[in-house]
Design a protein. Sequence first.
Length: 77
Amino acid sequence: MNVNVDEILRDPLKYLRQVEAGETVVIVRFNQPIAELRPLGSSKQLRPFGLCAGEFRTPDDFDAPLPQDILSSFEGK
């Protein structure tokens, strides 16, 4: 839904209620979008840091240069 700045200023709660209901509101000025109001994502808890600690090991040569044939593949050769 596109709404101009004057409409938002006239009745901001109307548009906030629509956002709460799941709708995205695009605010426009002179027919150019300037902002977007959208519902926030769910408030899922982040996974704790180190959740998989000890479950895998980084090889010692992790940062070693790649073989030439693999590098060539990345370059499309």
